[in-house]
Design a protein around this ligand. Sequence first.
Ligand code: NAD
Length: 458
Amino acid sequence: MSTTYDVINPATGKAVKQIKEASVEETDAIIAKAAEAFKSWRNVTPYDRSNLLRAFSNKVREHREELAKIEIENSGHTRGNALWEADNVANVLNYYAGVPERLYGRQIPVAGGVDITFKEPIGVVGIIVPWNFPMPIAGWGFSAALATGNTVVLKPAELTPLTAIRLGELALEAGIPEGVLNIIPGKGSVVGNRFVTNPLVRKVSFTGSTAVGKSIMAGCADQVKRVTLELGGKSANIIFADTDIEAAANAAPGGVFDNAGQDCCARTRILVEKKAFDKFMEHFEKAVKSFRCEDPNLDSAGMGPLISKKQMDVVTSYINNESDSKLAFQGSMTPSGDGFWVPPTVLLPKDTKAKAWQEEIFGPVVAVLPFEDEADAIAKANDSIYGLSGSIYTSNLGKALRLSRAVETGNLSVNSHSSVRYWTPFGGFKQSGLGRALGPDSLDMYTETKNVFFNSEN
Ligand code: NAD
């Protein structure tokens, strides 16, 4: 039996909309529909599939204001971020619209015939999305999956289903056939778990916490089901004394407090070369205090509220744990309602074993520690179960290159905090994930390589 629940606006704590969550039986029925649709979608000509994805991209772009408005209300994202996120879905769809006509195999020299490889679609792909970036993460999954000829069942996070539901409607309006992209709101333990156990779903693409990702990987093992995982992070921002310290300090808040720190790529561990530590902290305090935490509808907002009361309580427990970390300073905040607000916060952990240094907090909290030299910086950066993102600030090219190779992480930026472009690969080392989203690498995640030998001797 299906049930309903209220989706909450995190800036005000008020209900926005009632959502019906799917039961196991309803989930199975939609998966069966997607399996049926796969039979024809995989055979849509490359030209037609490309055009349908382009039409979907255009439709999303036409509705960017509407989608952004929904996201601000459902997720508390700033207006600037929400518009960027809607555009990101349109851009990713447009990028992968070029794929059907370019999904090349290889011709490999052999004796007595011809050997060709094909990139075959996998079938029904189950995409499980977290609440922190509802639009982009849905779009990264479904764009690549649809372009390569798969059909999709997608489960948005319980807290943030509204934009995914609207994107599903826009796909139909753009001409994507019924059954090809199916949005199924519901519980992780019900709908998400069914993606793992229903044999008609041939691949699961999961983005979320490392704990749930591990259980999904274990569940998929039963059917040797294909799985990609985009999981947690505790990324390091490594700042050497030879860089422009004031500029690095001014850039640091944007690298960690964007989306109120609810970002798997947030640079939540700042490592500063000891001789520049005091100078960095002096400039960093000014930068943090001028980072604007306010009503997300304002164009000036740097960050809004946290997603839920539960998340606010978790984040606050790290800030109040004085035996673990000392509070260095906090930024200001002008919340406009009863929502779930925490100001930008800077902690000084007691050492590298501190919880605030090791655990993913997923809120506007950053921990800062000094390092001695290059070797110490590498050792401290790599002392983590995670390896998703990170930054290196130095004016020494050789040092930048050495660090880029030595830091065990999937996405690094040198003298910048940018790490996600839709045409470059994105994913994690270690317990931050398995496989890659975006760019050309994502196509391998949604296809099987088939090798065919044609005998020319008979
Ligand atoms: P979560 O793991 O609690 O939930 C993620 C999704 O999984 C939700 O849709 C949820 O309903 C579903 N789910 C929960 N239990 C399930 C189960 N047993 N079976 C199947 N599905 C289940 O994560 P969250 O709290 O929504 O998101 C925050 C986490 O996501 C953070 O750890 C963050 O680092 C991570 N994240 C990673 C990336 C990345 O690309 N590496 C991007 C964004 C977020």
